[in-house]
Design a protein around this ligand. Structure first.
Ligand code: GLA
Length: 416
């Protein structure tokens, strides 16, 4: 009897079933109205893979972290392009050479066009783009969704979106970083779509980098308008800032994918404010987080240590892995953390991170946390020692990690 009663309860009464049928019919009508299938959240469904860019996180260089406004000029940009090529960084994937704020005259010309600063960019942006392209590289530029850029020395693109997108395309620009300063009380969600549309019409694929600092949770809507979106405020060249930035960005991991990436800001590696092992942590976390790898130091004069970090092919390969899965923190125990990301070919990237300022730690990664089935025996490649470890690991691996340092591995199941 008990079984019959519960069956009845599950099946419902006649009127209730009728009501359910009506609801289902109405819902279906919404979905297939006039034969057209209407998907949920249709306005946010567009993917910027459509512009053919950002299938992996972008790699390059930007003037801001090292030069800010002073020193941002065509000589530095040309010499940087030269240095990216001569050091081999370009061949490793660092292709974008990006001019940040303070490149334009304070006023538009009589036609309303943006004009390059005649003192710092005397030959103009088109000539610079031609030079950068002749080196096999790409040129990036910076504008703003508001009336002025953040440094307040040049106009923003508000109300001039199509005009500026056209100008950038005509100059041969390949990447635009679009900030969100000085726009009165306009919300970025009202203005970013404008520039996104304008770029689509401009006739040249231009990588669109949204720089809204995460205020309006751009991870939730950025992929419809841009190829990446800042999730944090500006990074500073300190351990505290870097690690806080990585944490804030990690929260949005589920939203990253080919064509649209979370951006925890540009690299500080080589700018002098952190120790070498702190910079190794910085680069490892950016790589496993599928962050844009945009160098922020002066590559014309970098130390061997800086170069060895930025040029670590194996760490770069984790960042550029075709699956495009952003790594997550999978376990925290005090100042010990384990970050993991699934890679292509059944591989897994793991970072064992010791955040403690003075104490060494033994950190154990359990397969349960990093997402490997129990009993899996793996081969571990140490990406900073460039060495495949002799031992096979099953179910866990434990390593001593120095203060404010990390170990980074790629794990690969062993064939039996
Ligand atoms: C904002 C951005 C920075 C930089 C400056 C330029 O603060 O977040 O990355 O572009 O503007 O003024």
């Amino acid at each position: 009897m008990a079984g019959v009663a519960s069956n009845r309860r599950r099946r419902g009464s006649q009127p209730a079933r009728l009501a359910l049928l009506v609801v289902v019919a109405v819902a279906m009508a919404c979905v297939v109205a006039e034969g057209k299938v209407v998907h949920v959240e249709e306005p946010h469904r567009r993917s910027m893979l459509a512009n053919g860019l950002g299938s992996a996180p972008p790699m390059g260089w930007n003037s801001w972290n090292h030069f800010q406004c002073d020193g941002n000029g065509e000589v530095v940009i040309r010499e940087t392009a030269d240095a990216l090529v001569s050091t081999g960084l370009a061949a490793l994937g660092y292709k974008y050479v990006n001019i940040d704020d303070c490149w334009a005259e304070p006023k538009r010309d009589a036609m309303g066009n943006l004009v390059a600063n005649t003192r710092t960019f005397p030959h103009g942006i088109k000539a610079l783009a031609d030079y950068v392209h002749s080196k096999g590289l790409k040129l990036g530029i910076y504008s703003d969704a508001g009336f002025q850029t953040c440094a307040k020395v040049q106009p923003g693109s508000l109300g001039h979106e199509e005009q500026d997108a056209g100008t950038f395309a005509a100059w041969g620009v390949d990447y635009i970083k679009y900030d969100n300063c000085n726009n009165g009380d306009l919300k970025p969600l009202e203005r970013y779509p404008e520039m996104s549309k304008a770029l689509m019409k401009a006739g040249r694929p231009i990588y669109f980098s949204l720089c809204e600092w995460g205020d309006m949770h751009p991870a939730r809507w950025g992929a419809a308008y841009g190829n990446s979106w800042r999730t944090t405020n500006d990074i500073a060249d300190t351990w505290e800032s870097m690690i806080a930035t990585a944490d804030q960005n990690e929260v949005w991991a589920e939203y990253a994918r080919p064509g649209g990436w979370n951006d925890p800001d540009m690299l500080e590696v080589g700018n002098g404010g952190m120790t070498n092992s702190e910079y190794v942590v910085h680069f490892s976390l950016w790589a496993i987080s599928k962050a844009p790898l945009i160098i922020g130091c002066d590559v014309r004069h970098m130390s061997q240590e800086t170069y060895d970090i930025l040029a670590n092919k194996e760490v770069i390969a984790v960042n550029q892995d075709p699956l495009g899965v952003q790594g997550k923190k999978v376990r925290m125990e005090g100042s010990n953390e384990i970050w993991a990301a699934t890679l292509s070919d059944y591989r897994t990237a793991v970072v064992l991170l010791n955040r403690h300022a003075t104490d060494e730690a033994t950190i154990t990664a359990h397969w349960d946390d990093v997402g490997l089935p129990a009993g899996t025996a793996v081969e571990a490649r140490d990406l900073w020692l460039h060495k495949t470890l002799d031992a096979a690991f099953t179910d866990r691996m434990a390593f001593d990690v120095a203060p404010r340092s990390c170990r980074m591995f790629v794990l690969k199941p062993r064939h039996r």
